[in-house]
Write a protein that binds this ligand. Structure first.
Ligand SMILES: [Zn+2]
Ligand SMILES: [Zn+2]
Length: 148
């Protein structure tokens, strides 16, 4: 009962990318979250609906969904790549202690790019901005004195 489409040859031509059942489930589960999960976390999220899926397949499907423009891959500091169902331009806040990532509730600073226009020989195509701090839990656990 497994629909196993052409394995091996995997030509990622934009027009030929299809929304498979696996990708649909991944997208649906991702849209329930505001946590910006890593591939590993997405894997754990979808396993109850796709018990036979492998981490590698989840990873590949996430990359395909990025190419399709359905989700975006976040370029944040820290070790893990993270995925975001919200493809609109927005900023993130990262907890430096536990790596939790939330959306930063401010509008994109487009005027920054305008200010740079003409002031550099570069043609500006975008910018990244990442806030960092401590999430409520880590903030609470952080004791001012590091006794012991
Ligand atoms: Zn934290
Ligand atoms: Zn986000």
């Amino acid at each position: 009962m497994q629909t196993c489409r052409v394995r091996g040859k995997n030509l990622l031509q934009k027009k030929n990318i299809r929304m498979t059942k696996q990708r649909k489930v991944i997208l649906e589960e991702l849209r329930k979250q505001h946590t910006h999960p890593s591939a590993d976390e997405v894997y754990r999220m979808v396993r109850h609906r796709l018990p036979r899926i492998s981490l590698g397949t989840v990873y590949r499907n996430l990359e395909v969904l990025v190419q399709m423009g359905e989700i975006q891959k976040l370029e944040l500091s820290g070790s893990l790549k993270r995925f975001d169902w919200d493809t609109n331009k927005h900023y993130h806040i990262r907890c430096v202690h536990c790596d939790r990532v939330d959306d930063a509730p401010i509008a994109p600073l487009n005027q920054l790019e305008n200010e740079l226009y003409g002031a550099t020989v570069f043609e500006i195509i975008g910018h990244n901005l990442e806030f960092k701090g401590l999430c409520p839990e880590c903030s609470e656990n952080a004791t001012p004195d590091h006794a012991g």
